[in-house]
Design a protein around this ligand. Structure first.
Ligand code: T4K
Length: 371
């Protein structure tokens, strides 16, 4: 049944024959995990591709968040955005940190720097913004506040693979940035993720932390965790890196067509590319203005579903509305007026490298014909 549906995304898969060859190499070596040769090769290749000084591979995109907080010894309260995938806030909770939600900037979907200072208390130790949909946050303003109050900045850059602003990788902002290489991302290693840092000492510390804190056969230097990427996924990642530019360009063409077709549709808003930014087109969110469009977001969403178009309402509900976080003082609606609007109007349209022209037009027609 899924075959007939138009899915929101589709994983970028390496050529199976090439993957078999790499698997053969792994089988022959009998070295399947724990910093093997494919792991080392992928770290080096990603540093070069992403133009970042140091990277550490992980088993998914959640553990780098948890580990970065551990590595920087973040405690107390952390200022963050409620408009993200729930893993962002969970990472704080798993470290015994109280999330403090701050409203978002509707122009980027990211945290509003103008609202950060009023949320700082003597317990605040860090800021954890998200480049949601890969759209860069207002990083200079965030850093200026962090510098003024002596706070750390950890970016959840799960969506920001390959994003650069005026030629500089967005992943070099703040103290550290995390990536997700989940199957649904622009670049994937099935499951996987990474942490990007500025110096070798921190890279070493992270490498210890993701391997139980082992700093040698008999020495444990920290209460680490096991979040190492294995050789099979590292090999898969090396192959996918060869084709990711092509995949991003295919997504770019989809974005061009969506924008061209949907610009005249009253009540449907979307973002254009930002000047000087290399985007990755990981998501294509549209925002439905029910009054102008004549249908609510959910009416459109369910109409699409009936037609087999499985778009997604990322990120609805807002994290601060989940029962786990609803009781926090910063979760109140009055504190987050903008953040409450976005999840009520957003639909992420199907967006991936192999979306066919026919499927693309079917999605567009469904939105253009309002009945
Ligand atoms: N921070 C942020 C800002 C994040 O967005 C995420 C993850 C994280 C941190 C944590 O990173 P990870 O620990 O996950 O690496 C998906 C992903 O599971 C999740 O990685 C992602 N964000 C989130 C935004 O979306 P679901 O529950 O929506 O995925 P699911 O299974 O419904 O898949 C969506 C669509 O993708 C399907 O309708 C079809 C397609 N699909 C999916 C899979 C898994 C495929 O075609 N093949 C597949 O194998 O969460």
């Amino acid at each position: 049944m899924d075959k007939k549906n138009i899915l929101v995304t589709s994983p970028l898969l390496p050529d199976l024959d090439e993957f078999h060859e790499m698997l053969k190499e792994i089988w022959d070596s009998k070295w399947v995990t724990n910093n093997g040769s494919f792991h080392k090769r992928l770290e080096a290749a990603l540093c070069e591709y992403l133009k970042v000084p140091y990277i550490s591979l992980f088993t998914n995109g959640t553990l780098p968040l948890i580990t970065a907080l551990q590595a920087l010894r973040i405690t107390g309260e952390v200022i963050t955005t409620p408009y993200s995938f729930v893993a962002t806030t969970h990472a704080l909770w798993w470290n015994g940190i109280r999330p403090v939600f701050v409203d978002i900037d509707p122009a980027t979907g990211g945290i509003d720097p103008n609202r950060i200072e009023e949320a700082i208390t003597p317990k605040t130790t860090a800021i954890m913004p998200v480049h949601v949909y890969g759209k860069p946050c207002r990083t200079a303003e965030i850093q200026a506040i962090a510098d003024k109050y002596g706070l750390r900045v950890i970016y959840d850059a799960a969506h920001a693979f390959g994003i650069a602003v005026n030629g500089k990788s967005i992943l070099t902002e703040g103290d550290m940035s995390t990536l997700s290489f989940h199957a649904t991302k622009v670049y994937n290693t099935l499951e996987g993720g990474a942490l990007v840092m500025h110096d070798e000492k921190m890279k070493q510390r992270i490498d210890y932390l993701k391997n139980f804190g082992f700093a040698g056969e008999t020495e444990v230097v920290a209460p680490g965790i096991n979040s190492k990427m294995d050789e099979v996924r590292a090999a898969y990642g090396l192959l996918n890196l060869r084709q990711v530019d092509e995949a991003i360009e295919a997504r770019h063409q989809v974005a061009i067509r969506y924008r061209e077709a949907l610009r005249p549709v009253e009540g449907i808003d979307f973002w254009d590319d930002m000047p000087g930014v290399r985007h990755n087109y990981s998501y294509f969110p549209i925002f439905v203005n029910a009054e102008k469009y004549g249908m609510t977001r959910d009416e459109l969403y369910f109409k699409m579903k009936e037609q087999g178009i499985l778009a997604r309402r990322y990120f609805y509900p807002l994290i601060s509305d989940f029962s786990t976080y609803r009781g926090l003082p910063s979760a109140g609606h009055d504190n987050l007026p903008q953040a409450h609007k976005m999840p009520e109007s957003v639909i992420c349209l199907p967006m991936h490298h192999e979306l066919s022209g026919e499927d693309l037009e079917k999605v567009i027609n469904c939105i253009q014909i309002k009945e």
